[in-house]
Design a protein around this ligand. Structure first.
Ligand SMILES: [Zn+2]
Length: 80
């Protein structure tokens, strides 16, 4: 195991959203970010330029497709 660097992300993460995100183990964070469905590529892609927000008790990740640059989003509902 090398150094675990947090899978964060940029300053567009509000503190409350970051709090939820940081509860997720890093390997799972990576898994989430590397398996985002892109409607344009029609495959699971890696999300880049990630920002996050809270919608109710769900954490919503928004970003760009690492392949085509299109908008992708992922809702994480299992957190509350
Ligand atoms: Zn794409």
């Amino acid at each position: 195991m090398s150094e675990d660097k947090p899978v964060l992300i940029n300053n567009d993460f509000p503190p409350q959203a970051a709090l939820l995100w940081n509860k997720i183990p890093q390997d799972k964070q990576q898994l989430i970010l590397n398996n985002v469905y892109c409607v344009q590529c029609c495959v699971a892609v890696t999300m880049v330029n990630i920002s996050g927000l809270l919608e109710g008790s769900s954490l919503v990740l928004k970003g760009s497709c690492g392949v085509c640059g299109g908008h992708v989003a992922r809702v994480i509902e299992e957190l509350n």
